[in-house]
Ligand binder design. Structure first.
Ligand code: 5GP
Ligand code: 5GP
Length: 203
């Protein structure tokens, strides 16, 4: 049995905190189209347990914007905006080409975007954290488990936190939910994320 380049074990559904993304990657606040203060979709990544950054860029169907229009377009503009330049369609295209093409044995292009939006709808991370008094703050810090605990309590599954580094500061950047092969059942994530011995800022 030979694994094809597009085979994967599970999905990582990655949501990002826009202010951290722009601050670290663009060195300035998100401006276009507006400074969002809620977690937005980065992507749905089919992944392998043994080689987590694979697969990617599979030989699949080319992105066709018509497949996400018009039904999904207005939803995705809220859940999956390009927080850097406002070029939403281009961001969807990049994510489809890099990640979506590797999941076509399970999700066609329409389903890939529809399922991602449903995942985003199913839990509001921004609200979950707010209810645990975890809100953006310039100085306050949290431990890894401070942030994971309320999300785990709400979803029943262990999420993964991904951080970006700004000088020596660890900033919460992304929250990952993991799903089984069919992208239906949520499972525990178990790959390393933010350094859990260092405090995390959420700004
Ligand atoms: P980063 O520098 O944010 O860790 O990762 C850069 C890129 O590598 C991500 O945008 C994503 O495309 C890919 N990548 C990182 N981690 C994973 C992973 O666990 N699974 C998959 N499929 N891709 C990943
Ligand atoms: P990974 O390679 O899958 O999917 O994604 C990493 C890339 O995602 C980064 O290089 C960055 O360009 C992109 N990224 C993250 N957030 C955004 C966004 O809001 N807009 C765009 N265009 N790219 C983003």
């Amino acid at each position: 049995y030979v694994m094809s380049s597009g085979s994967y074990d599970y999905f990582q559904f990655v949501q990002q905190w826009p202010p951290t993304n722009c601050r670290v990657r663009m060195k300035r606040p998100c401006s276009n189209p507006r400074p969002l203060q809620y977690f937005t979709i980065h992507g749905l990544w089919p992944s392998n347990f043994s080689n987590p950054t694979k697969p990617s860029n599979c030989n699949g169907t080319k992105f066709d914007a018509r497949k996400v229009y018009p039904e999904m377009r207005s939803d995705l503009k809220i859940s999956w905006p390009d927080v850097e330049s406002g070029n939403d369609t281009k961001f969807w295209e990049d994510e489809w080409n890099k990640h979506g093409t590797c999941s076509e044995q399970t999700l066609n292009q329409f389903q890939y975007f529809e399922r991602s939006h449903e995942m985003w709808m199913s839990y509001n991370i921004t609200e979950i954290l707010k209810n645990a008094s975890i809100v953006p703050h310039p100085a306050k810090t949290w431990t890894y488990s401070d942030i994971v605990s309320p999300i785990k309590a709400a979803t029943g599954r262990t999420p993964l936190l991904r951080c970006k580094y700004d000088n020596n500061t660890q900033l919460l950047h992304e929250v990952v939910f993991c799903y089984g092969y069919k992208a239906i059942k949520q499972i525990d994530c178990n790959r390393p994320g933010c350094k859990n011995k260092i405090d995390i800022k959420f700004q």
